[in-house]
Design a protein around this ligand. Structure first.
Ligand code: COA
Length: 390
């Protein structure tokens, strides 16, 4: 039995570092860098027993775009660890449940994490969201096109225009980070040991796309980010990859599921892998639904029943109504029209898989078709995409 579950004080972080060192750094001393690129509200939860601090979870204060209008506070779960002699006692699970309560109190109505095991976090309500493509492309099959003439090396004074390009791209999706200055420094700045190479596609005085990378090998180099707002920017930038033929045999980059790369000339030597982007969760059902902006045509009411074992405040029947793009959620008294668990609702809330796909997978029960259609239309919108990890 844990003696205490609470937030760590600043001066106790050293004890958490000891646990993280055992769990993630093979005993290497030093600080963990969890808080570096967050928005300031990061906190750490701990579980103590008679032997002192045994398990920790850090919740990073991130903000994510949910389409063009909403920026959601998202608790990014990291540093989940328990000392070996205390594993299997439920301590990490206790810390996660406590972290959920804390997130709710602080207004983080969404959460995401990069799991070591999908099963482990599914039990606490997180479920896979988003589909990530990764391309591996031989440089030699790409073509230099006239648009490649509009590609030039990035200059420090381009920074805000490049961030605006990223933001326009991020707003096409649900889940992409609103990055801090520190996060942008990590992406765009050179390090003591390596230069960063960034190229922008510029036309009519506007940056329409860019890619950036640091390091890599001759056999294969991964791009940190590839963003193109227009087909001409995409094609132009592909041509600049071709110009690297002497240094790099294959480029790899990650892309959302609706990325148009295949449209620019498919080739058998292109490899594309797909996998879930991350594991996400709605932490606070009423708040999350009320923050969402559905399409203007969505008008009506649906009663849903939600089951959430790890966050019991979500469990229950909710009446969800929508008018003029505003969603209102109240405890429901009528019979539910759709019953679903928090994992299924979280997937649909993030937009990938959408509610129809969740239903096709047998992950929800429909009691009333009209209610189902309203919920589906209400959650309809951009697909999920994230190009940061933590
Ligand atoms: C993962 C970890 C945090 C679990 O801590 P814990 O306090 O033992 O967790 P809980 O007691 O809440 O849950 C234990 C249960 O988790 C599940 N579990 C543990 N490791 C698992 C794994 N690798 N894959 C799937 N499930 C796992 C098991 O069902 C286990 O139950 P059991 O004791 O009946 O076998 C701990 O093993 C750890 O610190 N590992 C090293 C650090 C790490 O990899 N953290 C994850 C970062 S995302």
């Amino acid at each position: 039995m844990p003696a205490q579950i609470r937030l760590l004080e600043k001066e106790e972080i050293e004890e958490a570092n000891y646990i993280w060192s055992q769990a993630f750094r093979r005993g290497r001393r030093g600080d963990s860098d969890w808080v570096d690129n967050t928005h300031g509200g990061t906190f750490t939860c701990g579980v103590w027993d008679q032997n002192g601090l045994q398990a920790v979870v850090v919740v990073c204060d991130y903000r994510v775009h949910l389409g063009a209008e909403v920026i959601a506070p998202m608790g990014g779960i990291g540093g989940v660890a328990c000392l070996p002699a205390s594993r299997g006692k439920g301590y990490a699970g206790d810390a996660l449940r406590y972290a959920l309560q804390q997130m709710r109190e602080r207004g983080f109505y969404l959460s995401a994490l990069f799991p070591f095991s999908w099963d482990y976090y599914r039990r606490f309500g997180w479920e896979w969201v988003g589909v990530r493509r990764e391309y591996r492309v031989p440089t030699g099959i790409l073509q230099v096109v006239p648009e490649t003439g509009n590609v030039r090396a990035y200059r420090p004074e381009d920074r805000s225009a490049l961030i605006a390009t990223y933001t326009a791209f991020a707003q096409r999706y649900r889940g992409a980070f609103l990055r801090t200055d520190v996060a942008w420094d990590q992406i765009l700045n050179s390090t003591e040991k390596e230069h960063t190479f960034t190229y922008v596609y510029e036309q009519d005085g506007r940056i329409e796309g860019y890619f950036t990378y640091r390091g890599g090998e001759e056999k294969e180099t991964g791009l940190r980010e590839w963003v193109a707002l227009t087909p001409r920017a995409y094609r132009g930038l592909l041509g600049l990859l071709r110009r690297h033929e002497m240094q790099v045999e294959h480029f790899k980059w990650k892309a959302p599921a609706d990325d148009p790369f295949w449209a620019f000339g498919y080739h058998w030597d292109i490899e594309t892998s797909i996998e879930p982007a991350t594991q996400g969760r709605v932490v606070d059902v009423p708040r999350a639904l009320e923050a969402w902006r559905p399409a203007p045509s969505v008008c009506g009411r649906v009663v849903i029943h939600v089951v959430d074992d790890a966050a019991p405040w979500n469990t229950g029947t909710w009446q969800v109504s929508c008018e003029d793009r505003n969603v209102q959620v109240r405890p429901g008294t009528a019979e539910p029209q759709v019953t679903l668990d928090i994992q299924a609702l979280s997937q649909a809330y993030y937009g990938t898989p959408d509610l129809d796909a969740v239903r096709n997978a047998g992950r929800l029960t429909v009691h009333d078709e009209a209610g189902y259609r309203l919920l589906r239309d209400l959650l309809h919108g951009p697909i999920m995409w994230i190009n940061d990890s933590f």
